[in-house]
Design a protein around this ligand. Structure first.
Ligand SMILES: C[S@@+](CC[C@H](N)C(=O)[O-])C[C@H]1O[C@@H](n2cnc3c(N)ncnc32)[C@H](O)[C@@H]1O
Length: 254
């Protein structure tokens, strides 16, 4: 049973703190409103650019083709949407959905500056309650977003609902590191380096402390796979990248 399900019904995790469920969304909102302007720079600094490799792999192995309609949930500043654009081509379309207006604005401005205008819709939405009819998308993705959602089961059920039959859901998320020797190094980087980088470059160490803590509270690989099955996905599976620092989970609507 997950830590999430062992908790009293009215509380959840915000990093290592227990908070009323009704408060988590606001606290997460404050994190991303605070870091939005420096989000892309911080990703490069924290991961030494490796997040780009994970995201490229995530998109290049997705079940998607030209002309498809795709939903990228918790899409933030648009890294995944931008990569998906090449896969769906001019005849396809991508909805970039995020709960946070500041992150969406940074994403939209960035795409516009790059001349990537057609084929995108930006929608402010909560992943727990999607504003789309059943069977609307060929592919639904969520990258580094599910960890921040209060009711992950609801978000997974919604992803399943809006997929067309035969469509794929993909979750890219930090997960449980599997190489024992690497764990102390990873913990040192997470709890000592990340908050300092946050302080230095985004004037915000707390948000990067939250990042490190929220990763530890996120359901590990097998548990997330089970949750996807319970949400109604078929053929659920996952693949670890970088010894499990991140994992890609996949499921299908049948
Ligand atoms: C770490 S960022 C990931 C952004 C982007 N997908 C990427 O990989 O760079 C997490 C995003 O999840 C969004 N988010 C958090 N809770 C959400 C929710 N309930 N529904 C939709 N988006 C949410 C945040 O606003 C933030 O933009």
């Amino acid at each position: 049973m997950s830590e999430q399900t062992q908790k009293p019904d009215d509380t959840t995790h915000f990093g290592f703190r227990d908070v009323p469920k009704g408060e988590k969304q606001k606290l997460v909102g404050e994190v991303f409103s605070s870091v939005a302007g420096k989000y892309d720079l911080m990703n490069d600094l924290m991961s030494l650019g490796v997040h780009r490799v994970w995201k490229r792999y995530f998109v290049s192995t997705a079940q998607v083709k030209r002309g498809d309609r795709v939903l990228d949930l918790a899409g933030g500043t648009g890294d995944i949407a931008l990569l998906l654009r090449d896969r769906v081509g001019d005849s396809g379309s991508i909805v970039l959905g995020d709960i946070n207006g500041a992150m969406l604005r940074v994403g939209r401005d960035r795409m516009t500056d790059m001349g990537k205008v057609g084929g995108f819709e930006y929608v402010q939405m909560n992943a727990e309650k999607l504003p789309f009819p059943d069977a609307s998308f060929d592919l639904v993705t969520i990258a580094f977003g599910l960890r921040n959602v209060t009711d992950k089961d609801a978000a997974l059920r919604e992803m399943q609902r809006v997929l067309k039959v035969g469509g794929q859901a993909r979750v890219l998320e930090f997960s449980e590191v599997k190489a024992e020797w690497f764990k102390p190094i990873y913990d040192f980087h997470s709890f000592n380096i990340l908050p300092k980088l946050g302080k230095l470059f985004a004037n915000d160490s707390d948000s990067y402390q939250y990042l490190a803590e929220s990763i530890r509270k996120h359901p590990p690989q097998d548990e997330l796979k089970r949750m996807m099955g319970e949400a109604g996905f078929a053929r659920c599976d996952y693949k670890n990248l970088s010894a499990g620092i991140v994992a890609i989970h996949t499921g299908y609507k049948v």
